[in-house]
Each structure stands twice: as C-alpha cells, then as structure tokens.
Design a protein around this ligand. Structure first.
Ligand code: ATP
Length: 269
C-alpha cells in the first residue's frame, strides 16, 4: 500500500527493493528478494539463523553490494550509492554489536553521529562554537533513549543495554527517513525491552523502520507487517499477526536449532 488515503496520485514507496540477490561464491545469502515500503512503515524481517536478514540490511545500508537487483529510495536508484551517501539521504542503522566509541562521552558519541546530518555542520565538529550548537539536539536524543543523566560519562562505562540505547540514539541523530534496526532487543533485560518498545512506539510517524529481531513479542508490538526469510528467500510477507501463524513460517524454524521465532508465538486457535 503506497498511496495516501483519498489521494488519486500514488505516493512512491520510501524503499523499493527489486530482485535483490547477494552471492558469496556458490552460496546465495539473499535470493531474489523484493520489498516495497511506504513512508512510516513498521516492517519486520524475521527468519531462522543464517536466513540472510543481516545481509539484507547490509545491502540496504550500502555496506555490502548486491550481485543483482536494485534498491530505490524515495524514487532514486541508490544501488551503487556509497554508504555515506545513503546515510545523507536518510538511511540510518543500529548494529547487532553496538558501534559506540568508548573513549568519547555518551553525549559526544551523539554529537559525532549527528554532525554530518546537521544543517549547520560546517567546521570541525569540536570547534567550540559549532560544538555548542550540536549538543542541544544530541541531548534531546539522549533524553529520548533515557540516557540524559549519563551524558558526560565515557561510553565505555555503559552497560550492554545502555550501549544499545546509545547506538539507537546515534541512529536517530542521523535524522533518518529509514531506520534499520538489527536485533535491538538482543541481550536486553525486560525493563530495557520495555524502554525500547516505548522509544520505537514514539518514533516520528514519517520514519520507516525495518526491524530484524528474534523476539516475536517485540516484532508483534512494533511492526504491522513482516517478511519471513529462509535460506535467503522470501517465504512469506504480509500483516504480522497473520504471517506469524502460517504453518510454513513455523516450519521454517523447526530443525534449525533456533529457540526464538514464531515457534514461540501463540499457536493458531
Ligand atoms: P542471524 O539471525 O544468525 O544473525 P541472518 O539471517 O542475519 O542470521 P546473515 O548474517 O545475513 O544471516 O547470513 C546469511 C548467510 O550468509 C549465512 O550462512 C552466513 O554465513 C553467510 N554470509 C554472510 N556474510 C558472508 C560473507 N561475507 N562471506 C560468506 N558468507 C557470508
């Protein structure tokens, strides 16, 4: 669905993946995957270990290149656009392993992450006048993720859950149109997962999210639509509640040794 209600002119999707394929030698990690997302979509990509989920995020973010297929952002073909260019166009990402800079303060991590995206970004990022300009918006991102009180601590002193929140704040500092989240709930306590859900629920409505996540409860709460990958191929896509109950989706997890996924979701009535 890519047209606004009541509009005769269909809106272009914010993201359009067509026949995306990535091979490593004879092995195909992502196999002929297509996906169209409207602005503000909340879409999950799930699947058993090794299904190709992170590879798909890498292709969208530009840290890996497809052997075949196209990636279109807001109507522009970005298949060959470098990662930094995609970032400037509004693609931001959080990682399975949080990518914070331990020696910098929590606040400076966000100032640095937001610097290339700020309208007043000229000059060295730590020049005093420029730096002051950026700390205000960085502080607001820290407040969003519940780290405002830790702003001046070295990032290296944060707990795993706090690092994940900092990584998310760094992604938000990129003022994304499309936010790619790679297993943000991994290793979090129940309290941290509650905070994560609140943060994701409060994202600006125009920001599209692709969430790779093994926690089905998080997927079900955050995402209205889902794609299921298995061995690089799309085996199901559609409304989350409906897709999670399909037998072929639950079958995809059986025999993989995976303890997470729709096998843990409520069985069909
Ligand atoms: P997980 O849920 O365990 O994170 P995933 O669905 O994210 O898995 P990917 O990390 O995308 O899976 O990996 C898909 C497959 O591609 C795996 O079999 C992996 O070993 C393989 N793969 C990924 N990157 C490379 C690479 N650079 N070279 C060779 N094989 C790779």
């Amino acid at each position: 669905m890519t047209s606004a209600p009541g509009s005769a002119v269909p809106e272009p999707p914010v993201l359009d993946l067509a026949r995306l394929t990535r091979r490593y030698g004879a092995f195909t990690a992502v196999d002929d995957v297509g996906l169209r997302l409207p602005a503000g979509a909340r879409h999950a990509v799930i699947g058993p270990n090794g299904a190709g989920k992170t590879t798909l995020l890498n292709l969208i973010a530009g840290t890996d290149r497809p052997d075949h297929g196209t990636i279109t952002l807001d109507g522009t073909d970005i298949t060959r656009t470098p990662t930094a260019g995609r970032s400037r166009l509004g693609i931001a990402r959080s990682f399975q392993q949080p990518s914070v800079i331990g020696e910098l303060s929590v606040l400076d991590n966000i100032v640095l992450a937001g610097w290339p995206h700020h309208p007043k970004r000229r000059g060295a990022w730590r020049s005093p006048s420029r730096y002051r300009l950026h700390t205000a918006s960085a502080a607001s991102h820290l407040k969003t993720v519940g780290l405002a009180d830790l702003a001046h601590r070295p990032a290296a002193t944060l707990s795993h859950g706090q690092r994940r929140m900092l990584d998310l704040a760094a992604a938000l500092a990129g003022r994304p149109r499309l936010l790619l989240l790679d297993e943000p709930a991994a290793g979090l306590t129940d309290d941290d997962i509650g905070r994560l859900l609140a943060i994701l629920g409060a994202l600006p409505p125009h920001v599209a999210v692709i969430l790779v996540e093994h926690h089905v409860e998080v997927v079900a709460q955050v995402c209205s639509t889902v794609t299921v990958l298995a061995a690089g191929r799309t085996i199901a896509t559609g409304p989350t509640r409906e897709v999670l109950t399909r037998p072929e989706v639950r079958d995809a997890y059986h025999g993989t040794g995976s303890t997470a996924g729709p096998a843990a979701a409520p069985a069909r009535g």
